[in-house]
Design a protein around this ligand. Structure first.
Ligand SMILES: NC(=O)c1ccc[n+]([C@@H]2O[C@H](COP(=O)([O-])OP(=O)(O)OC[C@H]3O[C@@H](n4cnc5c(N)ncnc54)[C@H](OP(=O)(O)O)[C@@H]3O)[C@@H](O)[C@H]2O)c1
Length: 347
């Protein structure tokens, strides 16, 4: 029997790493496009990390990026950047089909690597990157940045404390009209499932681990890309998740975790700094909230991930405890199975 709701509940405060107390790494950026621009802005504003070089294979791009972000060095080759002695860590922000080669270059040169999501569409490439980094004693981390946001720590604490009892159902979606975003529709690099759906998949992985069953259906485009899809994920013990992804319509990105005794509701969008609601079971049950009042909004939230990365380097970790190599691989396997069922073109 579920206890009736009586008093408001104070949600826990997030356990944040102080950016001033982690090593101030010297970073290089490979593939300075849209996300690298967000990264560089928040690194300057919200961390004690230093970006010392940027490299682009597109003529002129590294120089323009370096000027915009006051980065001392702009290079025309990835090889040149990773070879530099004055760089500790490399942020790999090109498209997924280029992540493996860029990561291997950086690891060969002894640099820690933060690789944009999805790490790749090819699981053996991810295995390769993680194994190579491990052999070399290097931190390799897929940039699943939502994991490091304050609201995710609030949710982790609620789950650990049993605030909703045993989690039974996750509902999550990422639907955004990205029809004009060219890279979204490139086989092997884009696909709403691989690019956007990886967030709901990663949330489900955090709550339940890897699914035992996957059942996907969707609307496909002529070029073999997925326009929209809904997937049911089934876990041992009967827990389940439903995730919906669309690259053609906008829906506020929602996520909730329902348990035996209550429900956790992320604020919108669930994977950028927002809020957390907690309610007991029951029709129209009142919800108590934790709100992110840090002032860090939108993609400035990438700062938490960068600080966590530097903390892990300082502690000699080879993988993120919040999104392990096994988690990354499991998410990629889930995406791969959905992709197979939908018939998404690989290249
Ligand atoms: N964390 C997030 O919230 C978030 C948001 C958006 C994207 N992402 C991820 O970040 C990565 C980059 O996305 P983005 O939007 O920043 O990409 P982008 O601006 O389109 O391009 C980034 C870099 O990728 C390379 N590139 C772009 N188009 C290419 C092509 N047609 N062929 C070969 N290389 C190409 C270029 O590298 P060079 O400069 O070396 O030529 C470019 O600078 C993707 O993995 C994406 O999923 C993450």
């Amino acid at each position: 029997m579920v206890a009736p709701y009586t008093e408001p509940v104070a949600l826990p405060e997030p356990r944040l790493v102080d950016p001033a107390r982690v090593p101030s790494l010297r970073w290089g950026i490979l593939g300075p496009g849209w996300i690298a621009d967000q990264f560089a802005s928040t690194v300057r504003a919200n961390t004690n990390q230093r970006i010392v070089a940027v490299a682009s294979r597109t003529p002129g791009r590294a120089q323009a990026f370096a000027s915009a972000h006051a980065i001392p060095l702009a290079l025309a080759s990835y090889e040149e950047l990773v070879a530099r002695e004055d760089i500790d860590a490399v942020y790999i922000a090109n498209l997924p089909s280029g992540h493996h080669d860029a990561a291997m270059l950086a690891i060969d040169a002894g640099k820690h690597v933060l690789v944009e999501k999805p790490l790749t569409h090819v699981i053996t490439e991810a295995e390769d990157v993680f194994a190579h980094a491990r052999e070399r004693g290097i931190l390799a981390m897929e940039a699943m940045w939502s994991r490091y946001l304050p609201q995710f720590d609030v949710v982790r604490q609620l789950l650990e404390a049993g605030a909703i009892g045993e989690p039974r159902l996750v509902l999550a979606d990422f639907c955004q009209d990205n029809r004009l975003l060219a890279r979204m529709w490139l086989p092997g690099d884009g696909s709403p499932l691989w690019d956007m759906g990886i967030y709901p998949i990663a949330l489900c992985q955090m709550v339940f681990g890897e699914p035992a069953g996957v059942n996907a259906h969707g609307i496909m485009l002529e070029n073999g890309m997925d326009a929209e899809s809904t997937t049911h994920l089934i876990y041992g013990g009967g827990a389940r998740a439903t995730i919906t992804v669309s690259g053609v319509v906008d829906v506020p990105q929602h996520a909730s975790i329902a348990g035996e005794t209550g429900v956790i509701e992320f604020g919108l969008p669930f994977f950028v700094p927002s809020s957390v609601g907690l309610a007991r079971k029951g029709f129209n049950a009142p919800m108590d909230y934790w709100f992110d009042e840090s002032g860090i909004r939108g993609h400035a939230g990438l700062a938490y991930q960068v600080t966590a990365f530097a903390d892990y380097v300082g502690r000699g970790l080879l993988e993120s405890p919040l999104h392990t190599h096994a988690d990354s691989l499991a998410c990629l396997r889930t995406a791969s199975e959905i992709s197979r069922q939908l018939g998404i073109a690989a290249t």
